[in-house]
Design a protein around this ligand. Structure first.
Ligand SMILES: Nc1ncnc2c1ncn2[C@@H]1O[C@H](COP(=O)(O)OP(=O)(O)OP(=O)(O)O)[C@@H](O)[C@H]1O
Ligand SMILES: [Mg+2]
Length: 369
């Protein structure tokens, strides 16, 4: 069910669009707002799947301003701008305009504008697996890289996206040639589609890698909306998109998690992990992720139990553990240093088999849904 928020100040147009939406299947009207500010507030708090906003809102705040502000506040929301033939508007995802509905369009035009909603529900598209942890150094990048390689080895088409714009580490774990392009080299908005392939590097076993910028100061050159844009495009032509994420719940991270169809939370049995994870899960609940997409725990270095247990962790965090990866300092650090993912170089090692089991668990999880 798509939750659609309508922001329209002309009562007759609002009524017309509302009744069109009511006739759409799988659409639920989350609200109708006649005022730009009230619309933005509702979008911020409820994060609907789609916002339909009139480009010609009367008053100080235009429909375009509304689109930009909602994009920044809720990057997972698809934004459809409503206009009339005399005032043509082009889709510009980087400005918050994902699609345009021209009045008096019919049901088909409306349905296609409402489209393959963002927020991970890319119809016909691949699974977006975000690898997240509320603590640094738990093994996100290691697991993201090796999970991508295993899924690819099993025959799926896989993209690996380094979602850590500053000091992204995927490039250090793989034999990436120095001049390889990254997301910072791609044009923003709709133009990204045509050039994305030029920035993709074919990594070990045939995974398609999209890197984060090579230099820390370039991080700010990549707008949050471009992360979602890239992820959506990768999901359009891969079975899986694995996204490595920063530990901080920054705007970037939230945009990635919004776009994800599955969130893997990497934990260890060490120290403050449970407390941090509890807080992160509270945030995810507030964002409405629970019930919307699977939140799954992966215990890394699972043999270092520090007196805790898998069951205890599941109970404390009220989420299932989908994978347990044992520690293997020698193999993991050597293969990271040699830029040769251990699942490919040492497929039989327990740590490699554990990542393979995780991949299988994710595939069967997906089938069940
Ligand atoms: N299963 C494991 N066994 C032994 N060492 C591991 C294991 N997983 C990860 N490591 C080691 O832990 C360190 C951190 O791993 P990694 O860089 O993947 O974590 P991260 O969560 O991505 O960190 P950051 O928050 O800095 O991005 C690395 O030195 C890596 O070799
Ligand atoms: Mg990392």
């Amino acid at each position: 069910m798509k939750r659609v928020l309508l922001i329209e100040d002309l009562p007759q147009v609002a009524e017309h669009l509302k009744s069109m939406l009511a006739r759409e299947k799988d659409v639920e009207v989350a609200g109708v707002q006649g005022q730009a500010e009230a619309g933005i507030t509702q979008a911020k708090t409820e994060k609907p799947d789609v916002v339909l906003v009139d480009a010609l809102l009367q008053g100080k705040v235009t429909g375009f301003d509304v689109a930009k502000r909602i994009r920044a506040a809720s990057p997972g929301t698809r934004i459809v701008v409503v206009t009339v033939p005399q005032r043509p508007v082009d889709p510009r995802p980087e400005q918050g305009i994902d699609a345009v509905f021209v009045l008096p369009g019919g049901a088909n035009e409306l349905a296609s504008a409402l489209g393959g909603t963002r927020g991970g529900k890319h119809e016909g598209g691949g699974q977006i697996i975000a690898v997240y942890s509320p603590k640094g150094g738990t093994g996100k990048t290691t697991i993201a890289v090796n999970l991508a390689c295993v899924l690819r080895r099993n025959g799926a088409s896989v993209a690996l996206f380094d979602g850590v714009m500053q000091f992204g580490a995927v490039r250090h774990l793989l034999p990436v040639p120095p001049a390889t392009r990254s997301i910072v080299d791609l044009p923003a908005g709709a133009a990204m589609r045509g050039t994305l392939a030029e920035a993709i590097w074919e990594g070990p076993g045939g995974i398609d890698v999209l890197l984060a910028p090579p230099r820390p100061e370039e991080a700010d050159l990549v707008a949050v909306s471009e992360l979602t844009n890239a992820i959506g495009l990768l999901a359009g032509n891969h079975d899986y998109v694995i996204v490595d994420t920063p530990a901080r719940l920054s705007e970037d991270t939230l945009a990635i998690l919004d776009a994800a169809s599955v969130i893997l939370i990497i934990i260890t049995y060490q120290g403050s992990t449970i407390a941090n994870t509890r807080s992160a899960i509270d945030t995810f609940e507030a964002l409405g992720y629970k019930g919307q997409k699977p939140l799954l725990l992966v215990v890394n270095q699972s043999d270092l139990t520090a007196g805790l247990s898998k069951g205890g962790m599941e109970h404390a965090l009220n989420l299932p553990v989908v994978g347990e990866i044992p520690s293997d300092s020698k193999l993991v650090s050597e293969s990271n240093n040699k830029q040769a993912p251990f699942v490919l170089s040492n497929a039989n090692a327990p740590v490699s088999q554990a990542v393979a089991n995780l991949a299988n668990a994710l595939v069967s999880q997906q089938r069940k849904r």
